[in-house]
Design a protein around this ligand. Structure first.
Ligand code: MTE
Length: 303
């Protein structure tokens, strides 16, 4: 498998590859002069070095995972009973090598570099999480994306015997999400398998979940069992539940209000009720990397 991440920086690596690499070195404390030299190229979100990650406690006890209940504390209480091994992911649709891919086998194929990101994941709150994982693109390339594919659809496990929340039709199960193919292939789009250098806890989507750092949190579908390459925009759970409030794209955009609240500012989770609000950044601070994906699109229409 081709490695798109290298350990040597050259002038040709300016951005975005060097950006990520520098960030990784800085975060891992290996940066020194080499890492800091590239600081000017870092996206705003990554430049905010003072951005400390949230605590393990915050990240693992204040969760959204409706299959285990709609309360923020429900996933931590009930997801422990989920069986996550063995685990396989069906990859089908417009791919050359469809099939059931065993999770351990996937890990063996991937260039798992303990890559550490500090993503700000914004929804009604924001969190800074050091994720580990691999690029979704690497997994899609393993299956061989066919030229007709335009979108990627994802599905979460639906196992009522272990998921008490699925007894309630708050969403149409299984939980579904989707990306356009170019979004899915972007190097910032992560298949997360861990946080803080440890395996993902069940409540955060073990054994593998999506992380799309420039989109709202609900795009980060957990405990994925199926990935389908398709030529049609896939249905997504929140859009099916309320199309007026949740669009397919779900890009972090301070200029487009949710029908019931402004999205222009955010408060870091864990900062306490009186923590100061900060301005939300376009594409969550990753404009330099991803804005071009949406050139010419009316983002008030494609929200
Ligand atoms: N994935 C599944 N399967 N079910 C869910 O209810 N909630 C989403 C997303 N992924 C959800 C899901 C929402 S609304 C958010 S904000 C994030 O997971 C929260 O991720 P975290 O709990 O790890 O912070």
């Amino acid at each position: 498998m081709a490695r798109r991440w290298t350990n040597t920086l050259t002038a040709a690596d300016v951005t975005p590859k060097a950006t990520f690499l520098n960030r990784r070195q800085i975060m891992a404390g290996l940066g020194g002069a080499a890492g800091l030299a590239g600081l000017g190229a870092l996206p705003q979100a990554a430049q905010a070095q003072e951005l400390e990650p949230n605590s393990w406690e915050d990240v693992t006890t204040y969760c959204n995972y409706y299959e285990f209940g709609t309360g923020k504390g429900d996933p931590a209480k009930y997801a422990g009973q989920l069986t996550t091994s063995p685990w396989s992911v069906k990859i089908d649709g417009l791919v050359d090598r469809p099939g059931d891919y065993d999770f351990q086998q996937i890990l063996g194929e991937m260039t798992l570099e303990e890559r550490i990101y500090r993503f700000r994941c914004v929804e009604a709150w924001s969190m800074v999480v050091p994720w580990t994982g691999f690029e979704l693109a690497d997994l899609l390339n393993l299956a061989g994306v066919q030229s007709g594919a335009k979108y990627v659809a994802f599905e979460t496990l639906y196992r009522p015997s272990e998921m008490p929340g699925t007894a309630y039709q708050v969403l149409d199960w299984p939980y579904r999400e989707g990306l356009r193919l170019d979004e899915a292939m972007h190097p910032l789009t992560l298949m997360a398998t861990g946080i803080f250098g440890q395996d993902l806890p069940n409540q955060n989507g073990a054994p593998l979940r999506l992380v799309v750092p420039w989109k709202y949190g609900f795009k980060s579908i957990k405990s994925i069992v199926r990935i389908t390459l398709t030529d049609k925009e896939p249905e997504t759970s929140w859009n099916m539940a309320n199309a007026r409030e949740y669009g397919f794209y779900s890009n972090v955009n301070p200029e487009v209000s949710h029908p019931r609240w402004s999205q222009a500012s955010e408060r870091r989770l864990g900062g306490g009720l009186f923590a100061s609000r900060q301005d939300t950044l376009m594409f969550n601070g990753y404009s330099d990397e991803v804005a071009s994906l949406y050139d010419g699109m009316d983002l008030t229409k494609f929200f």
